[in-house]
Design a protein around this ligand. Sequence first.
Ligand code: HEM
Length: 205
Amino acid sequence: MSERLYLYPIWLRIWHAINAFMFLVLLATGLSMQYSNPDLPLIRFDLAVQFHNIAGLIVTFNYLIFVAGNLATKNGNYYRLEIAKLYKDLSLQLEYYLIGVFKKRPTPFPINEKRKFNPLQKVTYVATMYGLMPVIIVTGLALLFPEIIIEKIFQSSGFFLTAILHTIVGFMLSLFLVIHVYFSTMGSSPTSNFKSMVNGYHEPH
Ligand code: HEM
């Protein structure tokens, strides 16, 4: 059995806790604004708008901390993709999730000081944090300050396209959240990864 590794520094855990909580606020208020019957809203519409705007701004500032932290510390190294080996590594990890896990085979990419994420996790985190997050933040800020939006894009309303893009990426991030929490239960015990995000230590298998 390998030793416990300190993989989640305090700044990362604080970033993650704020991010996770604010995401739940954004999800509840976003869904309420999108689907509520105006006469019977899940959350009162004006309140939902206000909470959504505030949580969005907090997530935005918090995101800058994530990017700065990853640039300034070695945590950023865990997000470097090895493009040449990507296809092979992803196939191995997928096979493990589909078959190996149920046959109690050892994980093909055990966690160590140099490798915090398995390839599938890494691709998902990179796509989410450096792909989807910038899009949701920029479109969110544009909707908050609509005067910066280009009026017409290919004859269509720029505001409408921005709102559609914001909503689509919001749904993709919500999907990420569900999958993320589900896969987080696949640690050495169903709760070990959640404990790691509290005490900073990865529990080995
Ligand atoms: C209720 C909500 C959430 C829970 C319970 C949760 C749970 C966890 C857990 C247990 C880990 C540690 C396991 C691992 O390294 O993969 C983790 C890491 C991570 N989570 Fe979440 N998460 C939540 C929301 C989010 C959201 C909304 C995002 C981004 C939009 C996110 C992005 C990440 C990232 C990037 C890591 C890796 C951080 C690093 O070690 O560099 N999480 N999360």
